[in-house]
Design a protein around this ligand. Structure first.
Ligand code: FE
Length: 260
């Protein structure tokens, strides 16, 4: 597999280097994410308006009662499919709940912890991730072809889907809102260091950043560095430390606080 340069990103066989300087702030990124997700999933906005709120006066355009275009289109599609009897709304809810609450990123965390404690497994994971992940019983839709990329003291990997929201469901569950936002999808490629900084992860200048562009064909998962001081932890305890964000590459794994 070709190794992309600093600030480069890879989508299939293409590798592009972008060096445009961005000045967008974390607030801008999050605002973009919320806009992309639609007002329906921005409770802070909807809850800010009391039930008995009087709408006979001017708010200067601060209300966002109408969901975003993608949210409206998804709702319209669901309504049509349900009306035609092609989809059962309850079945949809079960699928969403399964990925949101029952799978989530815990499967991925188990994969990472196994790689940390079992060098032979780690080698298999890095050479054929799909098969190695299947060893732990995970796989299937949205995870048919997996690639795991390893963070080291000199290399940091970041995952994005620039086209839409391709994401390894069997190991990470459903993608978070910010992952699907236009702001993240564009800026992760153009200026990954600034994006990481806004997530609270500031990388040293000599750390190479590799941005991997997931597609419908290939989904990536980051193998984070095992934190120092965790030598005595069990595999299960290690898995508990691994966050979704670390496996997407927007954060590191940190050891549990003393006494935790
Ligand atoms: Fe996608």
């Amino acid at each position: 597999m070709p190794v992309p340069a600093v600030g480069a990103y890879t989508r299939g066989s293409r590798s592009v280097v972008e060096r445009t300087k961005m000045t967008t702030t974390r607030r801008d990124l999050l605002a973009g994410a919320l806009t992309a997700a639609g007002a329906a999933v921005t409770p802070t906005l909807s809850e800010a308006t009391p039930a008995n709120h009087d709408h006979d006066h001017d708010h200067g355009g601060e209300h966002q009662a109408v969901p975003s275009d993608p949210a409206l289109r998804a709702k319209a599609l669901e309504s049509v499919l349900v009306a035609k009897g092609l989809v059962d709304r309850a079945a949809l809810d079960v699928v969403v709940d399964t990925y949101q609450h029952q799978i989530g990123p815990r499967n991925g965390a188990r994969v990472i912890a196994r790689a940390w404690v079992d060098p032979a497994y780690k080698l298999r994971l890095l050479s054929n991730a799909t098969a190695a992940i299947a060893e732990l019983g995970f796989g299937g839709e949205q995870g048919e072809s997996m690639v795991v990329v390893e963070n080291t003291p000199r290399v940091h990997n970041l995952i994005v889907c620039t086209l839409c929201s391709c994401y390894p469901w069997p190991v990470l569950g459903l993608p978070p809102v910010w992952y699907k936002s236009a702001a993240y999808r564009a800026r992760a490629v153009i200026d990954p260091r600034s994006v990481l900084k806004e997530f609270g992860l500031e990388l040293a200048p000599d750390v190479e950043v590799r941005v991997w562009d997931s597609t419908a064909e290939v989904r990536y998962l980051v193998l984070p560095e095992r934190p120092a001081g965790t030598g005595k932890l069990s595999e299960g305890q290690l898995a508990a430390l691994v966050s979704r964000d670390a496996m997407v590459g927007v954060s590191r794994v940190t050891p549990a606080p003393a006494g935790a």
